[in-house]
Design a protein around this ligand. Sequence first.
Ligand code: MN
Length: 264
Amino acid sequence: MRILLTNDDGIYAPGLSAALQTLSRLGEVYVVAPERPRSAAGHAITLHKPLRLTPVTLSNGMEGYACNGTPADCVTLGYEALMHQRCDLVVAGINAGANLGWDVLYSGTVAGAREGAILGRPSLAISLCLPENLPAAKASFALAADFTARLAEQLVKLPLPSHVLLNVNIPYLHSSNAPPVQITRQGRREYVNRIAVREDPNGKPYYWLGGSVREEEPEPGTDVHAIHQGHISITPIQLDMTAYPLLDKLATWLPKEILANTNT
Ligand code: MN
C-alpha cells in the first residue's frame, strides 16, 4: 500500500511521527507536511510563490519532506511530484486537538484529507481531542496512531465512493481501554469571545482571534456528542456543500423578477 501522510501542525509535530510509525506497518508512507504549524489554514493553496520540498529527518528518526506551503499544497505535491499519482490512501494527522462540527471549515487537517478526496483517493483526517491544558509535546499519540493504522487498513477495502473523506476524532483517554466507535454526522461547535482586544505600545488597538467553545448540550448523533461521551467519532464528509432542502424552496421564495432577472 502507498500512503500519503500530511498534517497541519508541521513536519516536526509528534502526532505526525506517531502516525508514520504505525502506518509504516501497512506499506510505503510518503510524508509531506508544512515546514511550520499551519493549523486553521483551511483549504488555502499557494498560487503566487515557488513551492519546495525539503528532505528532513523527523523526531522519530524517519524521513519526510517539509513543504513551505499549506496542508492542501502538501497533498497535491506529494501526490503528483513524489508519488506520481500512485497513491492508495491519504492520511492527515494526527492533529493535536479536536476537529468537530464547524471546525472542519477552518481545519488544515481536514483540508489535507479533503484535498485527497478531490484527487479521488480514500482519505482520512485524524484528530486527537487533547484537553486544553495538555500540550501536544506531553501527550501520548500511541493509541490514536494504532487506531489510525487499523482503520486505514480497512478503509482501502471499502467500496467508498470517490470524493468523500472520513473525519475521525479520537477522545484522549488515560486508560488503555479502547473507546467504542460511533458513526456520526457533523455537529455544531460555536465559539464565544472570539476576539481579544489589547493596546499596543503606541496606544493603538490590536486584536487576537481565538475564543472558547460555547458550552451547550450537543445533539445526539453528532461528532461533538460522540466525543462528549468518550467515543471515537467517524463522520463521512462530502465535497458537495449544496443545501438540498433549499433547492426547491428558493425557487418559490424568490420573486419572479429576480428569477426572470427582469427589472420591473
Ligand atoms: Mn492542527
